[in-house]
Design a protein around this ligand. Structure first.
Ligand SMILES: [Zn+2]
Length: 410
């Protein structure tokens, strides 16, 4: 990438390869297209690492880019080398045109996004050690894409604004134990199981934010029948309880409008004929951005309602306040989207999983998942087998990002 940028007119002073100590293969590339400085920089973020892929499981060599029947196949074809490639090509195109933006445009290509946690996370390392190199007013990142149904129909152009906060808790109950021939009701496994079963029946409160509100508004126009009616009914104040219950049974919708905490692991007892001295569990929470992590722990204590269950956070959550849907970002996105895909609505979405955007949002750099790349409804093999991207989608996204970055820098 650095060689291509150099061939495209960037000088050594314009870019740096930053390798963290101890990680010789975990380098990051930072390149800068100098602007007039009228505005604070725009950051373009993409990660270069990929999820592991096993050659024997794939139909094609996962580490060779193959174009076939209108698709590019390779590990990373979509997540996230597509954006990295588009950004590099656009940086070179703008340089060749002699474009002087009204702000610096900073390209940041990083290592170790897919490994959580990682001591070589490129974004974390750069923010901690080279903040001046990557400081920006806003950032574009992965996490947003358009959707195409199985008949090739374009559904909507999704842009991601904000993501849930990841926090795991460890639960533990201890007990003196004893011989299983003389049991008592005071049993470590029962304490934990009863607490978890109370949690399983509990729903965190319903809450919409600016992004999910607009999402349900626009999604209700794309849906039909009961689902469309229910989406409209939860937007009322107060929301319709029956509509809320029905949508709450659909996990992807439920995850958008409330914090969730779910039991993911259990480990208890030490012998088939002994009373358990210890019962342990893991609860993984995905907290709505803006909600207090401490409050979630207090809620867990209250809902499990048993002071024998000791609850400890596993690591410290990276808070990720959702970036505002300002006119500065929404106007050009909607205008360029209308030029390229007339009639296809732009739909803001909140990610219920996590991207590197959480680290940027956390330090006050509003970060939007915008690619202009339309993906197949089945996910296109991201993190799985035979990862692919439509060739047309890659080129369209490349052009969309070019126009968007120019608009944000003009
Ligand atoms: Zn990714």
């Amino acid at each position: 990438m650095a060689a291509r940028l150099k061939a495209g007119g960037f000088t050594d002073a314009d870019m740096q390869i930053i390798v963290p100590p101890g990680g010789p293969k975990k380098g990051n590339l930072v390149a800068r297209l100098k602007g007039s400085g009228a505005k604070k920089p725009l950051l373009l973020l993409a990660h270069l690492d990929v999820v592991e892929a096993k050659r024997e499981d794939w139909e094609r060599d996962p580490f060779k880019l193959i174009e076939e029947t209108g698709y590019f196949y390779a590990r990373g074809a979509s997540d996230d080398k597509s954006m990295a490639a588009a950004f590099v090509a656009n940086m070179i195109r703008m340089k060749r045109e002699g474009f002087v933006p009204n702000r610096d445009i900073i390209l940041v290509l990083t290592a170790d996004e897919e490994t959580i946690p990682s001591q070589f996370s490129g974004v974390e390392y750069l923010l901690k050690n080279h903040r001046n190199l990557v400081d920006a007013a806003l950032a574009l990142n992965e996490g947003g894409s358009g959707l195409i149904d199985k008949n090739g129909k374009y559904l909507y152009h999704g842009i991601q604004a904000g993501e849930k906060v990841f926090q795991t808790y460890r639960l533990e109950v201890t007990n003196p134990g004893g011989h299983s021939a003389r049991p008592s009701r005071d049993n470590a496994i029962y304490h934990l199981a009863d607490g978890l079963s109370r949690l399983g029946k509990f729903d965190f409160p319903f809450k919409l934010n600016e992004i999910t509100r607009v999402y349900f508004e626009r999604a209700s126009d794309l849906e039909s029948g009961q689902v469309a009616a229910d989406m409209k009914a939860i937007l009322r104040d107060p929301p319709d309880p029956q509509a809320l219950a029905r949508l709450g049974n659909v996990p992807p919708y439920n995850a958008l409008f409330r914090t969730t905490c779910v039991a993911t692991m259990l480990d208890a007892g030490h012998a088939t004929n002994a009373l358990p001295q210890r019962a342990r569990g893991v609860v993984n929470c995905r907290i709505l951005p803006g909600e207090s992590v401490d409050e979630v722990q207090k809620t867990l204590v209250r809902v499990m309602a048993d002071d024998k269950i000791k609850i400890t956070p596993d690591g410290i959550a990276v808070l990720s306040p959702p970036p505002p849907l300002t006119a500065e970002i929404m106007k050009p996105v909607e205008a360029i989207s209308a030029q390229m895909w007339p009639g296809i609505p732009v739909v803001p979405t909140m990610l219920v999983a996590a991207t590197d955007g959480r680290f940027l949002n956390n330090v006050g750099i509003p970060t939007y998942g915008i690619s202009g790349m339309f993906r197949d409804l089945d996910g296109g093999g991201i993190h799985g087998l035979n990862e692919r991207i439509r060739a047309k989608s890659l080129y369209d996204g490349h052009e969309f990002l070019y126009r968007l970055v120019k608009a944000l820098g003009s």
